[in-house]
Design a protein around this ligand. Structure first.
Ligand code: GLN
Length: 314
């Protein structure tokens, strides 16, 4: 029987060292200049446990944008604003084997509903449902939810990334306009897109992701407080969809090898949550062809195996 390794800084340093070489198998996203500036060799890990311990190693102070990780937060915001039934009238719950920005199923399947909220089409549809009198107010709603989850009042948007996302977002525009034509988007399309681009461009670091993961692990409570700040049901839905679709079209493999909910973004960040135990934030900007941090996935696989974190194997 393998010995249970204890979660210590020394142990986490070893995981980091062993995972670093995997960065060479990936490439930094380069669809916008801002992202291509990231250091492909950087690797940082922060773990925040439910009993209040925080362990951080490597380049964990690296700042990066949320990108697709924002899809989980906007889903929760929309669930809080509109309720489960209304949200899933416009977006499905099913995983997809297609790339995150794919357009093909939008016309072919499911009454034109995007398959799930973790692909671009689904996230733009979700953004169109978030309540507020204008884009700014709706954006501030998300930002304040993030500030609550992370306990970090200083979160801001990266203006350069936002401008580039906006300028190069042709595929996202076409997804959005198609959804407007089929009635999935009922509000202003440009506003939904603007919000989506802004959500993608929020600056974070590993500790923020670890805190969000911990908030999820606590079913919508801060570890030091017992008050439920977000509906536990909505957190549960978000974690389930993270498990089935959070790692794009590699979610099935990730569920087998890692076995707890996670969401990745093309900036190389991964937010992970081990129910009842901890939140994990990883940054490793070199991503594979599906959009997941190669070294980051290796870190999570190792942690899952060593610390027996796989929900289905313990
Ligand atoms: N912002 C990018 C897009 O919408 C990338 C999203 C992601 O992380 N996959 O295409």
């Amino acid at each position: 029987v393998e010995k249970v390794r204890k979660l210590t800084t020394e142990y986490l340093e070893r995981v980091l060292t062993n995972s670093r070489p995997y960065s060479a198998q990936g490439k930094v996203a380069d669809y916008i200049p801002e992202l291509s500036k990231a250091n492909p060799q950087a690797l940082g890990i922060t773990i925040a446990t439910c009993d209040g311990q925080v362990i951080a190693v490597g380049e964990c102070d690296t700042k990066f944008t949320l990108q697709s990780i924002s899809k989980v937060i906007s889903l929760i915001r929309a669930l809080e604003d509109c309720g489960e039934e209304a949200v899933f009238q416009k977006v499905g719950m099913e995983p997809t084997g297609d790339p995150f920005n794919s357009i093909i199923r939008l016309e072919a399947l499911n009454h034109h509903k995007p398959l799930n909220p973790m692909i671009n089409a689904g996230a733009i549809a979700v953004a169109s449902m978030i309540k507020g009198k204008n884009v700014e107010e709706r954006f501030q709603g998300i930002l304040s939810l993030l500030k609550t989850m992370t306990g970090n009042p200083k979160l801001t948007m990266n203006e350069e990334v936002y401008q580039s996302e906006k300028k190069t977002g042709d595929r996202n525009r076409s997804l959005a306009y198609f959804m407007k034509s089929t009635g999935i988007i009922e509000t202003d399309v440009e506003e939904a897109l603007d919000l989506y681009f802004r959500f993608n461009s929020i600056n974070v670091q590993c500790s923020d992701l670890a805190k969000i993961g911990c908030f999820f692990a606590n079913q919508g409570k801060l570890s030091n407080k017992q008050e439920e700040l977000v509906s536990a049901d909505h957190i549960g839905i978000a974690k389930t969809i993270m498990l089935t679709s959070g790692m794009y079209n590699a979610s099935g493999e990730f569920a087998i090898h890692v076995g707890f909910p996670a969401k990745s973004g093309v900036s190389g960040g991964i937010l992970a949550s081990v129910p009842g135990q901890m939140g994990i934030g990883v940054i490793g900007p070199a991503i594979d062809e599906k959009g997941n941090s190669v070294a980051g996935v290796h870190v999570l696989k190792t942690l899952s195996k060593d610390l027996f974190l796989n929900m289905f194997r313990t």
